[in-house]
Design a protein around this ligand. Structure first.
Ligand SMILES: [Zn+2]
Ligand SMILES: [Zn+2]
Length: 70
């Protein structure tokens, strides 16, 4: 597949089980890039892990404005 469009957040979350990889919550889910785009990561679903808002913040160590991808 050579679909270069950003995959839909909903579709990725659903495909990956629909819960935070760290705590298992199903609330406030966001997608985290395993390899950041700035380091050559892609928007392929293989490069995403689902995290809740709280775990995104923990992982990034800063408060981040809620975003679909970070
Ligand atoms: Zn979590
Ligand atoms: Zn992130």
């Amino acid at each position: 597949m050579t679909n270069r469009k950003r995959p839909s957040k909903r579709a990725i979350i659903k495909a990956a089980g629909g819960k935070c990889a760290e705590c298992g919550t199903t609330n406030n889910l966001t997608l985290h890039h395993i390899l950041p785009l700035s380091d050559g990561g892609t928007n392929d679903k293989e490069n995403f892990v689902i995290l809740c808002d709280e775990h995104q913040k923990k992982l990034h160590g800063i408060y981040k404005k809620k975003s679909d991808y970070c």
